[in-house]
Design a protein around this ligand. Structure first.
Ligand SMILES: Nc1ncnc2c1ncn2[C@@H]1O[C@H](COP(=O)(O)OP(=O)(O)OP(=O)(O)O)[C@@H](O)[C@H]1O
Ligand SMILES: [Mg+2]
Length: 444
């Protein structure tokens, strides 16, 4: 696409005045010369239109060729012996135009064409005169000037084009940066709104909890007081009791998730916490048909943990595993191993002992469906009929607040089951990474 012309009008006027200067110089009364000069002037002013109409590729050939033809005609009409016309620099016009619109090779070719057109005037001259060394030298000087001017202009134009391209890229990068900044701002605003909504729901859940407790207690007493003769009333109050229990459990879990974590950190053996969670799961009858395989490394250091929270977190993972293997039963492998500094990506000599403790909880169930893998740590994501979808969100929040992490490992081998890997930092780094004041879930 031809760009809009940047030349101001007064430059065009100046150009015409210079061209007028050529018109009033000898030979003055040569109508063809004047007509050609007018044609050159008009063509120069309309050059951009020609480029636009004929298209970039064809247009540039047309403008250079037209100027070359006009220049050749002008030389032909300014002296009987055209080769010695003082108007010879007019050839610089097509040469510079070519240098502006073509690459180096194109410029050289067009300059050669202009030189050939000029040199062609030698043929009629040689019929009357013979070429002297001096004359040939003069001709060569003029032709060399053609090439020098063409190449110089072309070099500047190419450098200018490179600069323009650079600025275009820069402005493109800036535009991209700008739009991603706008997106980030929108995300931040959305997150702010969601946080406010979360706070509101947490407050609401908190307020609902107390009346729920009263309803739950009353339903229980009502259930006991009703005579067995009134079967319908007993059934209905039974419904009230179980459903209120469900809502109450939901509210408590939601509050567990929403409440800022106040960690009570103490040096603790991870294996002991896991054993407590296994015991709690067994008390709920979750381990009846599950075979537990323990792979606990000996002599592991204590980790700074909030025992109650971590017990809850491991319990959630164990319950999920038990629910995954279902009533048919299966295997639950729990491994607790050290992670040395090199594997953790730290400076190997930074500290004695492991950098972290890695707990893997793997079951022989069907595994997490591939399309769910990205979402299972988000709150209220569940595939279970009676599930709330807060279990893993709470687990992630607990380990995040301990400076650790949890992820679902890619299934390796033929076993389809899910394998959750928890990393808990130990040693000096653990303390610096933990953020007890934070109640936010840092998981994306
Ligand atoms: N061990 C597992 N095997 C297969 N799928 C799992 C496993 N653990 C979690 N999931 C999937 O992740 C989902 C979310 O788990 P999460 O513990 O957060 O919620 P939930 O168990 O459905 O409900 P609850 O809030 O009662 O725990 C589950 O519904 C299930 O689809
Ligand atoms: Mg769960």
């Amino acid at each position: 696409m031809a760009e809009k012309r940047a030349t101001p009008l007064w430059v065009d006027l100046l150009w015409l005045i210079f061209l007028g200067g050529l018109a009033v110089l000898p030979p003055v009364v040569e109508l063809h010369k004047q007509a050609i000069l007018i044609a050159i002037g008009v063509f120069q002013l309309l050059e951009d239109r020609v480029l636009q109409l004929a298209g970039e590729t064809r247009g540039r050939v047309v403008v250079v060729l037209a100027k070359l033809v006009l220049a050749t005609l002008l030389i032909n009409h300014t002296r009987d012996l055209a080769i010695s016309s003082s108007y010879w620099p007019i050839f610089l016009l097509p040469i510079m135009t070519a240098a502006m619109h073509f690459g180096l090779l194109g410029t050289l070719l067009w300059t050669t064409a202009a030189s050939a057109a000029y040199t062609s005037f030698l043929i009629p001259a040689l019929e009357q005169f013979s070429l002297t060394w001096q004359g040939a030298g003069e001709l060569m000087i003029r032709i060399l000037f053609f090439f020098l001017v063409g190449m110089t202009v072309n070099r500047f134009v190419i450098e200018y084009r490179i600069q323009v391209r650079r600025y275009q890229l820069l402005s493109q990068t800036l535009a991209e940066a700008n739009s991603s900044l706008q997106r980030a701002q929108e995300d931040a605003r959305r997150a702010e709104r969601l946080a406010a909504l979360g706070q509101l729901s947490a407050g609401l859940a908190h307020e609902i909890r107390n009346p729920l407790g009263v309803i739950k207690g009353s339903a229980e007493i009502l259930n006991q007081k009703l005579t067995s003769a009134d079967a319908l009333a007993r059934e209905l109050s039974g419904y009230i009791y179980t459903e209120v229990n469900r809502v109450s459990a939901l509210v408590s879990r939601f509050l567990d998730f929403a409440r800022p974590s106040q960690l009570d950190l103490r040096p603790t053996q991870v294996a002991e916490v896991v054993e407590k969670s296994l015991k709690a799961a067994a008390e709920q009858g979750a381990m009846d048909v599950v075979k537990i395989v323990r792979e606990f490394a000996p002599n592991l250091p204590d980790a700074m943990l909030d025992e109650a929270m971590c017990e809850q977190a491991f319990l959630n993972l164990i319950l999920n595993a038990s629910q995954a293997v279902g009533v048919a039963g299966g295997e639950l492998r729990i491994s607790i191993q050290p992670l040395d500094h090199e594997e953790a990506g730290d400076n190997p000599a930074s500290e004695e002992g492991p950098a972290a403790i890695v707990v893997e909880i793997e079951d022989s169930g069907p595994g997490v469906p591939p399309d769910m893998k990205e979402q299972i740590f988000n709150p209220f994501v569940t595939t279970k009929k009676d599930g709330v979808g807060l279990g893993l969100a709470i687990v992630a929040k607990i380990f995040d607040s301990h400076g650790g992490s949890i992820k679902l490992l890619k299934g390796n081998g033929p076993k389809p089951g899910a394998c959750f890997q928890v990393v808990i930092p130990v040693g000096e780094k653990a303390l610096s990474r933990q953020d007890p004041s934070s109640g936010e879930d840092t998981r994306k």
